[in-house]
Design a protein around this ligand. Structure first.
Ligand code: MIG
Length: 787
């Protein structure tokens, strides 16, 4: 209780000095070739090097007598056969692939990674790998003064994580979310370091409590695991984009979500009855505000029993879901892991009878208090239980539901530790481990069970899953929202670096609760937040019980008009966003990007936390303070066109930009192109029209491609898609555009046009080698094309 008072800093409270006695692995005694890799037998431990690709190396330390190369379920990549050359001298072993060199000095074992040209990528100094008898493992790496750190999944604070100390332990944190609040709901023990434009990444594949320390020492940083083995991957870069590509090669990439999931979502804890939900949908319709999804929070259930509906509040869920679907609106219900202890409740009965719940070693079920009262928790570490849980979702799919929201899956439990007893045993497919050892996997595996179950039940339609907790690889199953933020300007500000770092950690489909979850929102905050939300990959307005309602119209007409306009803008930008989702699916790259990712050699971008890009050519510098209408915007090299006014800003410097409440500072790089469509009320429509907006330049070239498909089935996995390759050459008073579909699937558009913005006197427009005269419109020269 006294933790919140000055007693917390009583001198007597701070005497515990951590025993820092790690045992070093010692000197290399011998080297063995094993499973296509190399094992270094050292004095105190064995270290195995495994090349997954020529640019990805895994390092595993096992204590003596153990030879465990199991990976966690985060890892989906198989080992490829890699040509490795090994040279051994008295002092060193040098292992070479086409992309990197691993140099191991033998006395004691210290590891460095270099480029084939001999440039240092990552190295160790006096300290390397160590461990303690209690199972703790640690690894130190050299830190140069210019090193910057990014990633670490969902963390509060600024963009660059140098000087921070992070813990990975999935935790339900309702309050507070401060720059020092750590850990939060997700654990992604991965980061990327940037050194003068060159990047490398490290993924510590350990699902127990892990920590990353870039704070305590000046010249080294460290990462450590509470239990388990030291098992990490080095991604050799070279740029930050390559590192993300390498990391997501190991942990997987997101499937394409159904298109409706990238529209606007409206939520509230809770819309409590069928009537309320219907009225909500009607208001959106009457007001002409686009909408794709409405959420059902915990009140829809019968006393919080998952896989049930409360019969008084929701007498006919099937009809509700179907009626709304006819309007093009989807219902997404919440599903928590806790199953109410109730001998007359079939889910509980089945779970007990078929041994699906977590237990103690002695055989007693583990019970925790959550919404339904005393509850049991499915043991998702067992595939058998994953299958059972997944199949249960037929309950929802039979009603026409295609999306699920997983909450409380850290797992959160209402007790002092906030989670499950760490001594609970998980079956783990026949290799039992304690909850302490596997804690951070719970949310990921619940997501896997849910996603795969939905997939099995949806007959070729894509499921949508939203999750609060997760681990590395969560992107394969779910979109991640950043949990219980508050309606504070500070939380809008904090959401930018948080989502950007999630994106750098392989999780592209993210966003915060727009408007803020807890605390009361207000018109100005909601307007500014919706402007940002229109460009975050996941776009949901959600608020907590007991706070002011914050649907787009709640704060009066002035704000409603602005909020509506930005939700509309989201729909106009869907073709661009969808192409970026496809890039996340195919390459792992984030949709919402820190400028550093596009301009890794521009040091001005390294700590830029209050601006972001979507894709490689769109810059967003939102206003995130009350009554502020001007802000400094940093523009990287090039020229940047204000999306709304057409004003051009010279890059490589900072400008003061004016933006009244109805304006989001939004800029497109000259010489590039974005894809849009005319306004539509739903993400999926039959009347598709594509507009390719070209921002004319005098000189330069740009290549890109736009992706599209039916937006709801898995047909895209077998080539049912459009990939429009567009290239632009600007020179000699000509803008030459070439455009063709790389796929065989026919174009789904009834009309397709280029709109050229900012054309200069005398500049000619050519499309696929034909000179175009086009038609002048407010936004520029419109040229209709058939592709
Ligand atoms: O402890 O389901 O983060 O979005 O509305 C509260 C009720 C449980 C926490 C989620 C929030 C959700 C709420 N849940």
């Amino acid at each position: 209780m006294l933790e919140d008072t000055s007693f917390a800093i009583h001198p007597g409270q701070n005497q515990a000095i951590e025993n820092d006695s790690y045992r070093d692995v010692g000197t290399v005694q011998s080297i063995q070739r094993r499973d296509g890799g190399l094992t270094f037998i050292c004095d105190a431990a064995d270290i195995h090097l495994q090349f997954y690709r020529s640019d990805i190396v895994r390092v595993v330390m096992n204590q003596k007598g153990v030879s465990d190369l199991e990976s966690t379920p985060a890892v989906v990549a198989a080992v490829e056969s890699v040509n490795v050359g090994v040279e051994e001298t008295e002092k060193k072993v040098v292992v070479k692939t086409d992309h990197l060199v691993v140099s191991v000095s033998k006395k004691p074992f210290r590891l460095s990674v270099l480029t084939p040209e001999g440039q240092d990528i990552m190295s160790e100094k006096d300290k390397g790998i160590g461990f303690k008898e209690n199972g703790e493992v640690i690894c130190y790496k050299k830190m140069e003064p210019e090193d910057r750190f990014y990633g670490f999944g969902e963390k509060s604070g600024f963009l660059d994580k140098r000087g921070e100390y992070y813990t990975m332990w999935n935790t339900d944190v309702y309050a507070p979310h401060n720059p020092e609040t750590d850990p939060l709901y997700q654990s992604i023990p991965y980061f990327m370091a940037l050194r003068n434009g060159r990047a490398y990444g490290i993924f510590l594949d350990n699902p127990s409590k892990t920590t990353f320390d870039m704070k305590t020492e000046q010249e080294v940083y460290s990462f450590k695991g509470d239990s388990g083995k030291l098992d990490y991957y080095v991604f050799a870069g070279e740029g930050p984009k390559e590192v993300i590509e390498q990391y997501t090669h190991i942990t997987g990439r997101m499937p394409l979500p159904p298109k409706w999931a990238i529209g606007y979502h409206q939520s509230r804890y809770s819309y409590e009855s069928e009537e309320e939900v219907r009225a909500l949908a009607n208001t959106f319709k009457e007001k002409g505000i686009p909408l794709d999804v409405i959420y059902l929070d915990i009140h829809y259930m019968n006393e919080y029993r998952v896989f049930t509906f409360d019969k008084d509040r929701f007498p006919n869920p099937k009809k509700l879901v179907q009626d709304l679907k006819e309007e093009g609106i989807r219902i997404v219900p919440i599903v928590d892991p806790g199953v109410k202890k109730d001998p007359e409740y079939s889910t509980y009965q089945e779970g007990v009878r078929n041994d699906h719940f977590c237990k103690y070693l002695e055989g007693d079920l583990y019970f925790g208090e959550v919404w339904p009262g005393t509850s049991a928790f499915p043991d998702f570490t067992d595939e058998r239980t994953q299958k059972w849980w997944g199949d249960m979702h037929q309950f929802y799919t039979e009603l026409g539901i295609e999306g699920i929201w997983n909450d409380m899956n850290e797992p959160a439990v209402f007790n002092e530790t906030k989670t499950m007893d760490t001594s609970v045993i998980h079956n783990n497919n026949g290799d039992p481990k304690t909850h302490r050892q596997l804690h951070n996997l719970y949310g990921l595996l619940m997501g896997k069970a849910t996603y795969e179950g939905m997939e099995r039940n949806l007959n070729g339609k894509r499921p949508f899953l939203l999750t609060r907790a997760g681990f590395a690889g969560v992107q394969r199953y779910a979109s991640v929202w950043t949990g219980d933020n508050r309606s504070f300007w500070e939380h809008l500000q904090m959401s930018l670096p948080m989502c950007m770092n999630l994106g750098l950690s392989g999780v592209a489909f993210t966003g915060p609760d727009v408007g803020g979850f807890a605390h009361d929102s207000n018109g100005e905050l909601l307007a500014r937040w919706t402007q940002v939300g229109a460009f975050t990959p996941y776009f949901r307005n959600h608020s907590a019980i007991g706070t002011l309602y914050q649907e787009p119209w709640q704060f009066g007409e002035k704000y409603e008009a602005i909020i509506k306009r930005y939700i509309e803008l989201r729909y106009e930008w869907l073709p661009q966003l969808y192409s970026l989702f496809h890039e996340a699916h195919s390459k792992g790259l984030p949709i919402m990007r820190p400028l550093m990712l596009e301009y890794p050699r521009d040091a001005k971008t390294y700590a830029l936390h209050d601006q972001f890009m979507i894709g490689d050519n769109t810059l967003i510098a939102p206003i995130m303070q009350p009554e502020v209408t001007d802000r400094a915007v940093y523009f990287p090299e090039g020229e940047w066109v204000d999306y709304f006014s057409g004003k051009v800003y010279e890059g490589g410097t900072t400008h003061l930009v004016h933006a009244e409440l109805d304006t989001l500072p939004l800029f497109i790089k000259k010489g590039t192109v974005i894809a849009q469509s005319p306004l539509q009320q739903r993400a999926i429509t039959d009347e598709k029209e594509l507009e390719l907006h070209v921002y004319a330049h005098i000189n330069g070239s740009y290549n890109t491609s736009f992706y599209d498909d039916d937006g709801e089935t898995t047909g895209y996995l077998s080539g049912e898609s459009v990939k429009l390759h567009v290239s632009i050459q600007c020179k000699d008073h000509q803008i030459a555009i070439s455009c063709h579909n790389e796929m065989e699937w026919p174009l789904p558009y009834k009309k397709c046009s280029f709109i050229i913005h900012g054309l200069e006197e005398g500049q000619e427009v050519w499309v696929n080698k034909e000179r175009q005269s086009g038609v002048w419109t407010e936004r520029g020269l419109r040229v209709e094309v058939t592709i």
